[in-house]
Design a protein around this ligand. Sequence first.
Ligand code: PGA
Length: 243
Amino acid sequence: MSPMQIDVVPDEPTLAVRAADAICTAVLAKPDAVLGLPTGNTPIRAYREIARRIERGQADFRRAIVYAIDEFADATRTTPGTNSVFYREHLRFPVGALHIPNPAARDANEHIVAFADALRRSGGFDLCVLGIGRNGHIAFNEPGSAADAPACVVDLAPASREAHAATFGSLDAVPARGMTLGVDDILAARAILVLAHGARKATIVRAAIEDAPSAEVPASWLQTHAAVTWLLDEAAASQLAPR
Ligand code: PGA
């Protein structure tokens, strides 16, 4: 039986408030916390909520150290659709440091391995926040990723490239490769918060939480971690067995 905590809230706005609560609580407890913060549609409203709290003086992230959990390869820091651009647009509050892999790195593999080393040297994640891809990926650990998969360059799954076609402008513009922290880097976090909303995520959320852990659904490896909270809206939780 997995020790994971499953919190279901009515809707996306509530999920954003609860996610902001959890992230702000981690930073209040440890102002220089090391945070993994994801990109994607899922966390945008939560980041806006955190920015609002900071503007009102209710939170302070100026000592928090933020690491991106993945980035595209074979692009630049200003290519629309990259995570570098995402953070500039959506993480609109001051942090102590924001580390993002360089999409223009000449040797992407060497670069992401060094990036993961830097994360470990900074103490590893106090809290790693994740979204989940519809194919079960966490960061860019695509289906087939083992529990001990290290930081690496990956060939992006067709589903992952399709999910980003709009932000890059077209499917052809989406890079074929990404750089990702490994499943092992994520599982080394002291606490993990997974966010998912919407009916489109219901099938994969159920598989990740209820099926035996396997490389087919990388998010299912989270069942092996001692401090995981899933924060779901009712639509994303709609296929879970009653609990
Ligand atoms: P999404 O992406 O938040 O845009 O659904 C999640 C993910 O791919 O991890």
